[in-house]
Each structure stands twice: as C-alpha cells, then as structure tokens.
Design a protein around this ligand. Structure first.
Ligand code: C5P
Length: 224
C-alpha cells in the first residue's frame, strides 16, 4: 500500500495570516502550496472580465469548470499568477477581487467545480493547503488541520499593512467593514461555511509574530 501524501490544512478567516503562515510552513517542509482563495478570486475575475454577473450561478460555475490559470513560482520566492495570457498577480489580491470571490464561493456548483482542481495539488512530498474549508471538505483526512484566528481589529490592521505595502490605496475603516462583510458571508453560507473541523487545532495569532506562529505549526507537524 502506498503512503498517502500528507496534507497540512490551514483554515481561518480573512486576515488571520493563513497565507503567510502556509507559505512559510510549505517552504520549511519543502512541500507544495495550495492557495485555494486564489482559485475563487480567479473565478470571480474571469466572470467579471466576460461580463458575467457574479450571482449567475450557472454561468459562473461554467467558468470555474474551465478556468485557464497558471501559478509560476520563482527561485527568489516570488510568484506570478496568470489568467489565460494575462498576468493578474496584482489584480488578484485587490480587496474588490476578494469580495467578488466570496460571492462566487457561496455558489455550490462553483465549489464543486473547484474541488478536483484543489485536490490535484496533493503531490509528493506533501502539501500545505490554505483556505476556509481545507480541513472540513477538501482534505478531510489531512493528518494536521490548523484553524488560525486573530481578533477582527488585528486582522484589519494586518490586511491594511499588506495592501499598503503592495502600493494599494485603502482605508482602514473601509477594510474593517469589508472584512466583517466577508466573514459574515463566509460563515453563513449554506455550503462549506467557514468553521473549524472538529479535529482542528486552534491557533490564535493575535499578538504573535509570524515566526512564533510558524514555529508552533512546525512543532505540530513534527508530532505527527
Ligand atoms: O483567502 P482569500 O482572501 O484569498 O479568499 C477569498 C475568498 O474566497 C474568501 O473570502 C472566501 O469567500 C473564498 N474562499 C472559500 N473557500 C476557500 C478559500 C477561499 O470560500 N477554501
């Protein structure tokens, strides 16, 4: 019998630091990385670019089924994201794209369409998967599931710094509102709502450094 490729699932709300921690943990372990949020973001972008309304479930699901995307990782740690032949690395991170993503993510047929695409990232030697339902739906047998949280205030501040560092023009108040709206939509949707898996390990990153959170996750990996 072949040993299954290990998956470290890292779920949590917007701005909890999942993306950063997942990236660090994957680099430390030499594992692949799945940024599942990017798939929902790219679906929303592809729909908008074709003039499809984001609440048109059937049309958006069709787009999700035949998404033409590419993630290019470079040796210096940088990454470029392509939607067909367009470099959308910058656009994919915009707050407006995140809001669109959470709208299309509430459509069951879209989630279904992206399921196998996400599972295809499970390749040797292992995968770190970051999202909202990695532990509850996509990789239910993952040997380690982490649910990362942080206070709403801290999450808004982190997101603000992240977007400012990328040169984007944002206001902290507007960002706090966006994060609250997105949390509500993600937690209240009927399919795969944001919630910890029953066997997830909870980690509150408020007041902790990126290094400290990464270290804790790596200690949990070492216990497996
Ligand atoms: O993590 P990120 O901010 O890129 O995710 C954007 C949106 O995509 C989230 O607000 C959520 O609605 C959706 N999402 C999801 N399930 C995932 C990852 C992201 O529903 N596994």
């Amino acid at each position: 019998m072949t040993t299954p490729v290990p998956v470290i699932a890292i779920d949590g709300p917007s701005g909890s630091g999942k993306g950063t921690i997942a990236r660090r943990v994957a680099a430390a372990l030499g594992y692949h990385l799945l940024d599942s949020g990017a798939l929902y973001r790219l679906t929303a972008m592809a729909a908008a670019k074709r003039g499809v309304q984001l609440d048109d479930a059937e049309a958006v699901a069709k787009i999700a089924r035949c998404l033409d995307i590419r993630f290019d990782s470079h040796a210096d740690g940088s990454e470029r994201i392509w939607l067909a032949d367009e470099d959308v690395t910058h656009e994919v991170r915009k707050e407006s794209t995140g809001a669109g993503a959470s709208t299309v993510a509430a459509i069951p047929a879209v989630r279904e369409a992206l399921l196998e695409r996400q599972r295809a990232f499970q390749k040797a030697p292992g995968l770190v998967a970051d999202g909202r339902d990695m532990g509850t739906h996509v990789f239910t047998t993952a040997p380690l599931k982490v649910f990362l949280t942080a206070s709403a205030e801290e999450r808004a501040k982190r997101r603000y710094k992240q977007l400012k560092d990328k040169g984007m023009d944002v206001s902290l108040a507007a960002l706090s509102r966006d994060i609250e709206d997105r949390d509500r939509r993600d937690s209240e949707r009927s399919v795969a709502p944001l919630k910890p898996a029953t066997d997830a390990r909870m980690l509150d990153s408020s007041g902790l450094s990126i290094e400290a959170v990464t270290k804790t996750v790596l200690e949990w990996v070492a216990e497996l």
